[in-house]
Design a protein around this ligand. Structure first.
Ligand SMILES: NC(=O)c1ccc[n+]([C@@H]2O[C@H](COP(=O)([O-])OP(=O)(O)OC[C@H]3O[C@@H](n4cnc5c(N)ncnc54)[C@H](OP(=O)(O)O)[C@@H]3O)[C@@H](O)[C@H]2O)c1
Length: 324
């Protein structure tokens, strides 16, 4: 595993973070509880020390799993726990509110679920225009003064929204979607890094499409996040991405048959404006495969070939649109 400074927080984080949306168990492939707990365990055993979760991941179930494993392994001081607020998952629906009372309540629940007395990084999951950001930040500053959270971050905010929030307290992390098939946040990521923020990216494997798992367009149920949240599995996007995947096949062969996921991970983490790539994964063997990404690196020539192909097949990255 490779480690790097997470912005100005003083955290030394693994360049792959564990994503737990799927592990929560709603809107992704269903696995047994033991498989999901084992995924968290194996991520920690493989050197991943940055774990991303949220109350929105099946109403706190993902947080509970993380809390259980971290407590069982006795390694709380060795991992950075990132969770979020402002978006809840209630009766199968995502409910957004950054109202101060909601945030204070959510934080208590997250601390309980995670079995900890502090959250290392607490992020606003999505912006909420119905609540003045000054009020939201005041709630977060209160939690910070109380020692319940150490750092504040934002996800899915525009640059203007981050600048506005920063007037009321330090924003030290930014979590955007970013992968070979979703690059529209690149300029903002560069800016965030220049401001001293840590940048942790989500959807780093394009929800799995960059692993070569899908060669024919899959039909997911409408509630599955690969059809509901991500756009990669819709036409014409799917067919365009398949051309890119074919090129990745050739590159993987040239590296002795490495898994495609390692190309997607290396492509992202080799960017100097990516601090850590969050990868969602529910299987021990896939986690180990992903962590082996750092056994090798893409050469500048290979990066240039991939960048040119991405531009040729997917355009300049300006039209991907928001995730939802
Ligand atoms: N802030 C936000 O708004 C936001 C939004 C989305 C996601 N996130 C966070 O970012 C994390 C990552 O994003 P994501 O999970 O949506 O998408 P992702 O990481 O791009 O892709 C996850 C998918 O890739 C599969 N996968 C992982 N490694 C693989 C491998 N080596 N070979 C084959 N398949 C592999 C997983 O399969 P299995 O799970 O079946 O193993 C899963 O289906 C989330 O879990 C969550 O923590 C945040």
């Amino acid at each position: 595993m490779r480690y790097t400074q997470f912005g100005n927080t003083g955290f030394m984080v693994s360049e792959i973070a564990l994503g737990t949306w799927g592990i929560g168990g709603a809107g992704w492939d269903e696995n047994t509880e033991e498989t999901r707990l084992d995924a968290i365990r194996s991520a920690i055993e493989s050197g991943i020390n940055l774990i991303d979760t949220a109350p929105a991941y099946n109403g706190g179930v993902a947080e509970e799993y993380v809390g259980r494993v971290v407590e069982d392994m006795g390694i709380r001081k060795d991992v950075y726990l990132v969770t979020k607020c402002g978006t809840e998952f209630i009766d199968g629906k995502y409910v957004r509110s950054c109202a101060p009372d909601v945030i204070l309540r959510e934080c208590e629940a997250s601390l309980r679920n995670l079995r900890t007395d502090h959250i290392d990084l607490y992020m606003l999951h999505w912006p909420d225009a119905s609540v003045p950001i000054a009020e939201t930040m005041e709630a977060l500053n209160t939690l910070k003064r109380q020692g319940k959270i150490l750092h504040i971050g934002v996800s899915n905010f525009s640059k203007e929204q981050i600048v506005e929030a920063s007037q009321y307290g330090a924003i030290e992390a930014y979590q955007p979607q970013y992968s070979m098939v979703f690059r529209s946040n690149e300029a903002q990521m560069r800016w965030a890094v220049s401001q001293g923020m840590g940048v942790m990216t989500y959807g780093s494997l394009g929800a799995g499409i960059l692993t070569g798992t899908y060669r024919k367009r899959p039909r997911f149920p409408p509630t599955d996040n690969r059809s509901r949240f991500y756009k990669h599995f819709r036409e014409p996007m799917f067919s365009k991405i398949m051309k890119l995947v074919e090129l990745m096949d050739v590159m993987a062969d040239a590296h002795g048959g490495i898994p495609l996921a390692q190309i997607a991970i290396n492509w992202a983490v080799q960017k100097d404006f990516v601090t850590s790539s969050i990868v969602g994964v529910q299987h021990r063997e896939r986690i180990m495969e992903n962590c082996d990404s750092f056994d090798w690196t893409l050469t500048p020539e290979e990066n240039a070939i991939l960048d040119a192909a991405i531009k040729r097949y997917l355009g300049n990255g300006k039209k991907e649109g928001a995730a939802r």
